[in-house]
Design a protein. Structure first.
Length: 446
């Protein structure tokens, strides 16, 4: 049995073989469960359209289900000399089932095998990221409600601007994450289309039933045009990269706020000692390294769309080996993003919130100028005259801040709208349709 699906009657130069395989054998281990699922769906369909007899199909399905269990538990191994996961699965089937194992490649190419593997894999990874992001949004909403009455300065241009609160700060990131989830939802809709049956990108003369494999794998729909299916390679990863970068921007910005707010000059947050690191020469130091590294990783992730774009720019339609390198960029990025979400979920609830005595702290007196202007307007003074009057008081050093805040509109200090934010989150999460895919794959592998 060849260890490469394309192997012919000549030996490839070993140096060329090593270079072309690259990191595929390592990264393909992540694809193993999904490759087996794709083969299960393909074998079932081949049997139903008469291209594989029922007995051979049952034997292949039984062995594939065993391999799926092995792959799902992380025990799948790609042997030395075997090029990729597709070759390993077919090799293992052929060893046990002989000619039956050789028949499962009918109507398939490595091209559409890797396409379906990646879409199943991306669908799985998107679900994990979306669920972590939703959990972080819920956590931030809870913190927003818990600390809604604790005031802090709000800044524009890093200058003292207006009164804010931890309710607003936590709630802002809770809602911003929902916008990131909407982007992930759009990517999921693109990923959730079946490319299986496109073969090398130009279809097959076999009477394949692509709607059937779409149903078996729990895809929303097939990619109809076989060339479009092949062109999805690179485009799918580009969309994934934009979603990764968008979510990383939100999380990285929040991490920066934590670093800033936990410094002594601000003092709005305090990390417990067990979440900080020290200095080799300064005994007093308690550094927010966890949030600095989170910020740094998120910044690097925002360069991902550029990497993917550079890799795929000016490629014509059809398959190109350049696409293999996409996995080396996307797979680690997904891991880093999940790790970042996990550490944010762990560290944020353990961070101490420190309310500020804003009206009595001379550093923050000017936060209340807008309140003073609005109070004059409510007394009948035209806004522009009120603005000028308060400005003159500030310049003369005679400004006295009002002590009462009157913010009642939606999304303001006195009306956070947390229930509305929670409602938006659940609406977005419900629109993904994760359950349909889960049910289909359980039935296929069961």
């Amino acid at each position: 049995m060849p260890t490469k699906l394309w192997e012919k009657d000549y030996d490839l130069d070993q140096k060329i073989a090593d270079f072309t395989v690259g990191r595929d054998r390592e990264l393909d281990l992540e694809l193993a469960p999904f490759d087996v699922l794709g083969s299960l769906a393909h074998v079932t369909m081949l049997s139903e359209v008469g291209l594989l007899d029922a007995g051979a199909a049952r034997r292949c399905q039984g062995k594939l289900k065993e391999l799926y269990t092995t792959a799902s538990t992380g025990d799948f191994v790609i042997e030395d000399g075997v090029e990729d996961v597709h070759s390993q699965v077919e090799l293992m089937l052929t060893r046990e089932l002989g000619d039956d194992g050789k028949k499962i490649h009918s109507g398939r190419s490595r091209n559409d095998q890797v396409l379906v593997d990646l879409r199943l894999y991306f669908r799985h990874r998107i679900q994990g990221i979306a669920e972590r992001t939703a959990e972080l949004s819920r956590t931030l909403t809870e913190l927003s409600e818990e600390h809604k009455n604790k005031l802090i300065p709000g800044y524009t241009h890093l200058q003292v601007a207006m009164v804010s609160s931890f309710g607003l700060w936590f709630g802002a990131y809770a809602e911003a994450l929902i916008d990131d989830l909407r982007m992930w939802q759009g990517v999921y809709d693109v990923v959730d289309q079946n490319p299986l049956g496109s073969a090398a990108g130009y279809g097959s003369s076999f009477p394949l039933n692509r709607d059937r494999t779409t149903e078996l794998l729990g895809f929303r729909a097939p990619v109809v045009n076989v060339v479009a299916a092949q062109m999805g390679r690179g485009k799918t990863e580009q969309l994934m990269a934009f979603a990764i970068a968008g979510l990383a921007q939100t999380v990285g910005r929040m991490a920066m706020d934590v670093c800033l707010y936990s410094s002594q000059n601000f003092g709005f947050l305090q990390l417990p000692p067990e979440l900080t690191t020290g200095s080799s020469i300064m005994p007093h130091k308690k550094n927010p390294d966890v949030f600095e590294l989170l910020r740094g990783r998120c910044n690097l992730l925002q360069s991902l769309p550029g990497q993917i774009s550079q890799l795929t720019t000016n490629l014509p339609s059809g398959y190109h080996r350049d696409f293999q390198l996409l996995k080396e960029a996307i797979f680690p990025a997904l891991d880093q993003l999940e790790d970042g979400l996990d550490i944010a979920l762990y560290a944020l609830p353990r961070t101490r919130v420190r309310a500020q005595e804003l009206p009595t702290d001379p550093r923050y007196t000017l936060l209340y100028t807008v309140e003073a202007v609005n109070n004059l307007v409510l007394e009948g003074v035209p806004f522009r005259d009120a603005y000028t009057q308060v400005g003159r008081d500030v310049e003369a050093g005679t400004f006295v801040p009002p002590t009462e805040l009157k913010h009642t509109h939606l999304g303001s200090l006195g009306n956070l709208g947390s229930e509305r934010i929670s409602g938006k989150l659940e609406e977005v999460m419900g629109a993904f349709g994760f359950e349909r895919a889960e049910v289909a794959l359980r039935e296929l592998a069961g």
